[in-house]
Design a protein around this ligand. Structure first.
Ligand SMILES: [Fe+2]
Length: 366
C-alpha cells in the first residue's frame, strides 16, 4: 500500500453531497495508525481523567497515549504536572494505575524523583564522570484542567485548551458544570478501529432511530442538529413531546434534552439531565480500541441518588452494547474485499468534519 496515495484518495475539497468517505485502508492498515500516532495524537489535547482524581497532593493517575506513558500528578506545592512515566536511567516505567505517593521510586534500580519531576537520588551513581543529576529530571508536558476534566498535550499546543474550548464552555453553560461529582468509570473493549466508534457517534443521529429504539422514543429526532466549530462539534436534540417508552425508561435521563459534544480527535462529552458522561476512545491497534466511560452526577449522596445512578448506568450500558455490536460489524465490513468507500448522509456533517481534520493532519504540510 502507498500511504500517500491512500491519503490523497479522500477528496476533502468536495461538498458533502458529492464526497465519499475515506478508503477502508484508513481503518485497516497499520501505516495509517502509525501516521495518526505521529500527527493527530501527538498534536492534540488528550483527556486523562476526572479532576478529583488528582486533587490531593501526591495523588497521581498514569495515562498511556499511543505508546507514551505519563503520570499526571499534584505535587506538594499543589501544582498539577504531567511527567514522563519513564525512568531516565534504563527506561523502566515508574508507576502503574493511580494512587497517592510522596515520591517516585523506580522499581528497577531505585532512582528516586520528587513530585516536581526532579531527580532526588540515584543509588551508586556518585562515581560517574560528567553526571549532572539536575539534567536527569523527568520531562514534562503541558497539562490543563477544564471543568471537571484533566487533559494533557504530548507536544506543543498551538493554544491553551481553555481557549480552544471556550465556545464549548459557553454552549454548556445552560447545563451548569459546577458541582458535578464523578461516580463511575467503565471500560468497553471493542474490536474496531478507533475511528469507527467516532464515526458512529458523528452521524447526526442517523443511526439512533434504527439501532437504539429505547433511546429513540425519548428524543425528537426530527429536530436533531449538528453545529460545527473549529476542532469540535456539538450535536443536540430536544426530548420527544409525547415520549413513548420502549424498553427501559429513559425519561429522567434525558431531562430537557441531550447535548453531545465531540472534541477532535477522540473524546465525546455527553450532557443530559443531571448527568455528564465522557467517552474516551483509546486506540489499542488498528482494529482494536477501548472506550473509557466516565460518569458524573449532580447528586451522588443518599438512597435516591444511588438508585438513579444505577438505573442510568444500566440504561447507558444498553445503548453502549448496541453501539459495540454495530462497530464490530462495521470493522468486519471495512476489512472485507467488497467494501472500499461509502457516501455521507446530509446529517453526517460532523463526521465529514472529523475526516477532513484527520486528512489535513495525516497529509501534513503540503
Ligand atoms: Fe449509537
Amino acid at each position: 500500500m502507498d500511504l500517500r496515495v491512500e491519503l490523497q484518495r479522500f477528496r476533502d475539497e468536495l461538498p458533502i453531497e458529492a464526497a465519499s468517505t475515506p478508503p477502508a485502508s484508513w481503518y485497516t492498515r497499520a501505516e495509517v495508525l502509525e501516521r495518526e500516532t505521529e500527527t493527530t495524537f501527538r498534536d492534540s489535547w488528550q483527556y486523562v481523567c476526572p479532576s478529583d482524581r488528582v486533587a490531593a497532593p501526591g495523588s497521581y493517575v498514569r495515562v498511556d497515549i499511543v505508546g507514551d506513558s505519563y503520570l499526571v500528578l499534584r505535587d506538594r506545592a499543589g501544582v498539577l504536572r504531567a511527567l514522563s512515566n519513564v525512568c531516565r536511567h534504563h527506561a523502566a516505567q515508574l508507576l502503574e494505575g493511580s494512587g497517592c505517593v510522596e515520591k517516585l521510586v523506580c522499581p528497577y534500580h531505585g532512582w528516586t524523583y520528587d513530585l516536581d519531576g526532579s531527580l532526588r537520588s540515584a543509588p551508586n551513581m556518585g562515581a560517574l564522570k560528567d553526571f549532572n543529576r539536575a539534567r536527569f529530571g523527568l520531562p514534562q508536558v503541558p497539562v490543563e484542567v477544564w471543568g471537571p476534566l484533566v487533559f494533557l498535550h504530548p507536544g506543543r499546543p498551538a493554544r491553551a485548551l481553555a481557549q480552544e474550548l471556550a465556545p464549548l464552555a459557553k454552549r454548556l453553560a445552560d447545563f451548569g458544570m459546577d458541582g458535578l461529582r464523578h461516580a463511575h468509570r467503565r471500560r468497553y473493549p471493542i474490536q474496531c478501529n478507533w475511528k469507527v466508534f467516532c464515526d458512529n457517534y458523528l452521524d447526526g443521529g442517523y443511526h439512533v432511530g434504527h439501532l437504539h429504539k429505547g433511546l429513540a422514543g425519548q428524543l425528537a429526532l426530527s429536530e436533531y442538529r449538528t453545529e460545527l466549530f473549529e476542532r469540535f462539534n456539538v450535536q443536540s436534540c430536544p426530548p420527544a413531546r409525547d415520549a413513548h417508552f420502549r424498553g427501559r425508561d429513559f425519561r429522567e435521563r434525558i431531562g430537557a434534552g441531550a447535548l453531545y459534544a465531540w472534541i477532535h480527535p477522540n473524546l465525546m462529552l455527553n450532557r443530559y439531565g443531571p448527568i455528564l458522561d465522557t467517552n474516551w476512545v483509546v486506540p489499542l491497534g488498528v482494529d482494536r480500541c477501548e472506550v473509557v466511560f466516565d460518569y458524573w452526577f449532580a447528586e451522588t449522596e443518599g438512597e435516591d441518588a444511588r438508585r438513579f445512578i444505577e438505573a442510568s448506568l444500566e440504561a447507558s450500558d444498553d445503548v453502549q452494547q448496541e453501539d459495540v455490536a454495530i462497530c464490530e460489524s462495521v470493522q468486519r465490513g471495512v476489512s472485507s474485499r467488497s467494501y472500499d468507500t461509502g457516501r455521507y448522509a446530509r446529517t453526517e456533517t460532523g463526521m465529514y468534519q472529523f475526516h477532513r481534520l484527520l486528512a489535513k493532519e495525516l497529509r501534513g504540510p503540503e
